[in-house]
Structures are given as C-alpha cells and as structure tokens.
Design a protein around this ligand. Structure first.
Ligand code: SF4
Ligand code: SF4
Length: 359
C-alpha cells in the first residue's frame, strides 16, 4: 500500500528492532553507534540493538558517505598511449537516524555539488543513499546552536523521518523511496488523531527547551552582524589561540573543500587521481602560484571559516551553511567555541537582544 506525501505512519517501540532487521535484509544499513567516552559514530549495523538512538552528533557527520575523505576520480595507464579513465565509486545504503542538523548539512552539499559544472561523482553516490531522519527531542549539549539557524526541526532532505512520541515513533513519509519502505513493512500502521496530538505536544515541549539555549540575536540579523564584524578584535583573539589543525572543518557537515592529488604507481606508467578533504585552516590552502598567501594569519583563516558559514552562502544559496551541530566546538583542542565567538561578536557590535528566539 502506498501513501501520499506528508502522510504519517506509526511504529511501536517494541517493533523497532524488527523494523531495522527487515531493512538489513534488503541493503547495507548505517546508523549511530556508541564508541565509548560519550562519542558516537555512523557505522554499518546488522541489528537494531546496535543502534544508539539517543546520541549527540557523531564524531564525523554522515557527509563521509556522500563525500568520502579519499575518493578515486580517475585512473591512468600511459603504457599503451591511453589517457585517463574516469572512476565513480558508490554503494547503495540506507542511513538511519540522521539528525536535522546533519540533514541540513547534506542539503548544503547537495546545493554545492548540483551547481554547474555538476559534480557527477557526488550526485551519483547521493542517489544511492536512502535517508531516515531522527528528531532530537532534547538539546544535545552546550555546543549546539541548531535553533539559531532554524535547523532544529525537520525541513526535508529525508525519505522517512522518525519522532519519538513516547511508546511509539511517528514517522513522516516524505518521498517515493520512503513510501516503498513503508509499503514493504508490516510493522507500521497509519497515524491517528491521538498520534498527531502527541507529536504536537512533543514539538511544543522541545521548542521551549531549545529556546533556553538560544544566542541573543535574531536569526535575521546574523548577516548584518557579519557585515559589521570583518575588522573585529575577535579574529585577533582566535589568531592567538587557533593551532590550524583543521579538525573544525573536517568534522563540519557542510565543509566540502578538497584537494586533487595524482599518485603514480612505481612503474611510473599507471596511477590514480584522487581527491581528499582539504581545510581552509591549513596554511597551504590559500597559497597561489608564486607562493603568495591571501590568508597567512590564522585569525584571517578563522574569519574566513565563519564567513563561509554565516555570510557568503547567504548571497549564493540563501541559507546559512552552519547547521548548528556544534562539532567544531566539541572537537577544537584550543577550545574555540562557535557560540562563544558569536556571543563575542554580538556584544562587540552592540547587537544583543536577550529576547531573541524566546517562546
Ligand atoms: S579545530 Fe580549533 S585549533 Fe583546530 S583549526 Fe579549528 S579552530 Fe583552529
Ligand atoms: S561550523 Fe561548526 S557548528 Fe556549524 S555546521 Fe560546521 S561544525 Fe557544525
């Protein structure tokens, strides 16, 4: 039986493991798994019992499946005069349990790689990945800022979307692929009025809870903040603290810069061309021919990172590229914290509004 878009179905919690087992029979399933020390990672699972459904953002976002850290782009063999052969590597899989911040990250990557010239390696791979989102009902920790950038609620980018409403999950069916998954399962039932009431109750409680962690600026005023803050003293402070390790960009769900590397084999006739994640925090990143660098200072590179999240993508894609996941702050060995940086900029520019975002 097929369902229309925007229709909801319900899964009892006691049937969750059975639902995952049915998915695993059909395809590779990847989901959040506990790694110890309060850390989580998206890994392949074979059963529902392996999944940590209440997790804080994983060490690496699901971008690792859409845009692998190393990816072969072409091979070459010069021995018989042949030139390069393009390579596209992909795998069919289902990603279960993707939070709204990471769904937003995938939406950002989709926009970037769909621009002309389109990135076929990315787009072919993306089309092989089914996504089941999962709603966070509780603020994950002090580093998150998803509500500020309006990514705390589901906003598309998934095939199915689960919300925990007590003894069951409400599931939003969003695409044909989602409808097919629903049609194959005999563990789901159509949602009724009581299910919708419970969904609304959960969302209202969540909104109140998330508002407590708000940064004191209106969402709409963030571009103006960055218009004013280019010469801020805050960048000088980050210049002294940042060690340019690049961790913040590696863990970011919307950072997509890469380097192209040619790797010849020992025969010097065959080899491969691959791309690898790069970081605007590396000194070499902004170097041009002749050895000049446009962003020699670490503070300038940090400023660039923030502007690539909060200003430049507004002009190009009409959205923030910070999804509010908090990973960059969680991982930074110099304790550079995105929310603290925003708070310092807001204070410095006199743009504080304690009422912003309150419910
Ligand atoms: S993780 Fe921290 S120290 Fe490393 S480059 Fe990013 S801001 Fe700098
Ligand atoms: S800038 Fe930081 S908080 Fe924003 S999306 Fe990237 S890792 Fe997450």
């Amino acid at each position: 039986m097929l369902y229309n878009l925007s229709q909801y179905v319900v899964l009892k919690k006691e049937d969750f493991n059975g639902f995952i087992s049915d998915l695993v029979k059909e395809q590779k399933v990847v989901a959040p798994v506990a790694k110890g020390c309060g850390q989580f990672s998206f890994e392949e699972v074979k059963s529902g019992s392996e999944i940590s459904i209440d997790y804080i953002p994983t060490i690496l976002p699901p971008k690792k499946y859409f845009m692998p850290r190393d990816e072969n782009i072409a091979t070459y063999d010069l021995s018989n005069g042949e030139d390069m052969e393009p390579v596209v590597e992909y795998e069919k899989m289902l990603l279960f349990g993707v939070h709204t911040c990471d769904l937003a990250g995938i939406q950002c990557l989709n926009m970037v790689f769909s621009e002309r010239p389109r990135d076929l390696n990315y787009l072919i791979r993306k089309n092989q990945i089914t996504i089941i989102g999962y709603e966070c009902n509780f603020y994950c920790d002090r580093f998150a800022s998803c509500r500020l950038v309006h990514n705390h609620s589901p906003n598309g980018g998934y095939d199915l979307f689960f919300t925990d409403v007590g003894d069951r999950f409400m599931i939003h069916v969003n695409t044909n692929t989602g409808e097919e998954l629903v049609a194959k399962s005999n563990l789901l039932r159509k949602a009724g009025e009581k299910d919708f009431e419970d969904l609304q109750r959960v969302r209202e409680a969540k909104n109140r809870e998330f508002a407590k962690n708000e940064i004191p600026i209106e969402h709409e005023k963030i571009p103006e903040l960055f218009d004013r803050a280019y010469n801020s003293k805050v960048w000088e402070d980050l210049d002294k603290r940042c060690v340019a390790c690049g961790n913040c960009t590696n863990v970011c769900p919307s950072c997509y810069c890469f380097n192209m590397i040619d790797e010849p084999n020992l025969d010097l006739k065959t080899g491969r061309r691959y791309r690898q994640w790069d970081s605007c925090q590396n000194e070499s990143f902004a170097k041009v021919a002749g050895g000049e660098s446009f962003r020699k200072e670490r503070g300038a590179r940090q400023r660039h990172r923030y502007y690539r999240k909060f200003k430049y993508p507004i002009a190009k894609f009409s959205r923030f590229f910070c999804t509010g996941c908090g990973r960059c702050s969680r991982t930074c060995m110099a304790c550079i914290n995105l929310k603290e940086t925003l708070n310092s900029l807001i204070k410095e520019q006199g743009m504080e509004n304690p009422e912003a975002g309150k419910v």
